[in-house]
Design a protein around this ligand. Structure first.
Ligand code: URA
Length: 167
């Protein structure tokens, strides 16, 4: 299936309750042949407003740390495990994650990334496939708030840059 067709399914998705409080489904963005995919939790308020992933405060922080390590957003595909905003930005429930996972599965099978970066604990449900290297890192919104986590996150993204250079 083409990515565009998948995006259209996500825009009108009603497989769980989250669409009811959302303005936009947020499929994700990036090149179809990206070597690297980043997976977050679910869109926040600004992402819901714009329909684009990681454009709010956490997204700007993530973009800055990536750029400091020579990784531009144009090179990576950024998405979330759940494609709609949640009420008061709560963690998605497990049935919401389960309902949404087939979209991520399809995105992985179309894009075929070599490396998948899991941003925070919620992304750990991402399907694990042979031949893909997985890197678990701190979620950028936690890294923004706590200095020790920022330091760890910075080291983790530097490690990502190293892995990319070897691929
Ligand atoms: N946090 C996420 O996990 N995803 C986004 O798209 C924005 C903030």
């Amino acid at each position: 299936m083409a990515l565009e067709e998948l995006n259209n399914q996500i825009y009108v998705c009603r497989k769980c309750r989250l669409w009811q409080g959302a303005k936009h489904g947020v499929p994700g963005e990036g090149p179809i042949n990206a070597k690297v995919m980043l997976v977050g939790q679910n869109p926040g308020a600004e992402e819901d407003e714009t329909g684009r992933p990681f454009v709010g405060r956490a997204g700007k922080f993530l973009t800055k740390v990536l750029a400091e390590n020579g990784i531009t957003r144009d090179d990576v595909f950024i998405t979330n495990i759940v494609k709609h905003v949640s009420p008061k930005n709560r963690k998605p429930f497990s049935d919401e994650v389960a309902a949404c996972l087939p979209y991520l599965q399809m995105q992985i099978s179309v894009i075929k990334p070599k490396i998948i970066v899991l941003l925070g604990a919620s992304a750990k449900d991402t399907p694990r496939l042979e031949g893909i290297e997985y890197l678990e890192v701190i979620h950028p919104s936690a890294a923004m708030r706590f200095k020790n986590m920022e330091d760890t996150f910075t080291v983790q993204i530097a490690e990502l840059a190293k892995i990319i250079s070897k691929n």
